[in-house]
Design a protein around this ligand. Structure first.
Ligand SMILES: Cc1cc2nc3c(=O)[nH]c(=O)nc-3n(C[C@H](O)[C@H](O)[C@H](O)COP(=O)(O)O)c2cc1C
Length: 186
């Protein structure tokens, strides 16, 4: 798919069809996610792939979000902060969250490119998810990402804020663009 089309087509999809998904596709999605920038190129995130229907039900319950029950796979994105803390000290927490965001966006864009459906799920009971997936205390669950085929119900990406409302020039809140500076000699 054309790059701009992927960007504009990506949407949080919550209506899924029961059609099966090839496991190789799941790996290609994680491969794309894993290509995102990472602080110090550290390998911070781990991906738990879940396809057991009972576990999927339990996770949906831990998220209190029924649409997740219809997914074919769930990928739980987990972060291990140990190395990042050693290398980046007090910046580590911020870096890990930013890295997770970049990874998740790559994941969602690849899903879109493959014509599949997903939704970034950040609302869940950490304790319950960790218990279900046997995740140790020191590991954080960054997101729950369902993977499924789309249902026939069409969902579009929500309208986004107009750039006029979110761009400032040179300083905070300055909305007036100064004329481009002339470079001497040109
Ligand atoms: C950090 C984060 C957490 C989110 N958590 C949830 C969630 O728990 N459940 C859900 O249905 N959508 C969740 N979303 C998806 C947003 O609701 C969605 O991105 C937003 O409404 C814009 O719609 P769009 O993704 O279709 O552009 C989350 C998104 C982000 C970035």
């Amino acid at each position: 798919m054309d790059f701009n089309k992927v960007i504009k087509t990506r949407a949080s999809l919550r209506n899924y069809s029961p059609k099966k998904i090839n496991y190789e596709k799941v790996l290609s999605i994680i491969e794309s996610a894993n290509s995102a920038p990472s602080p110090g190129n550290l390998s911070i995130l781990k991906y738990i792939i879940i396809d057991n229907p009972e576990t999927i039900q339990k996770i949906a319950q831990a998220c209190q979000q029924k649409f997740i029950t219809k997914s074919q796979y769930i990928v739980a994105v987990c972060s291990d902060s140990k190395q990042t803390k050693i290398m980046f000290d007090e910046r580590a927490e911020k870096y890990i969250k930013q890295h997770a965001g970049a990874v998740i966006e790559n994941f969602l864009l690849k899903i879109t490119d493959l014509g599949l459906a997903s939704c970034w799920v950040g609302a869940f009971s950490d304790i319950t998810i960790k218990k279900i997936l046997k995740i140790p205390d020191e590991i954080e669950v960054q997101a729950i990402l369902p993977i499924a085929h789309k249902s026939k119900i069409k969902t579009k990406q929500k309208a986004k804020t107009n750039l006029n409302n979110i761009i400032y020039f040179d300083t905070w809140k300055n909305k007036t663009k100064t004329k481009p500076r002339m470079i001497s000699g040109h």
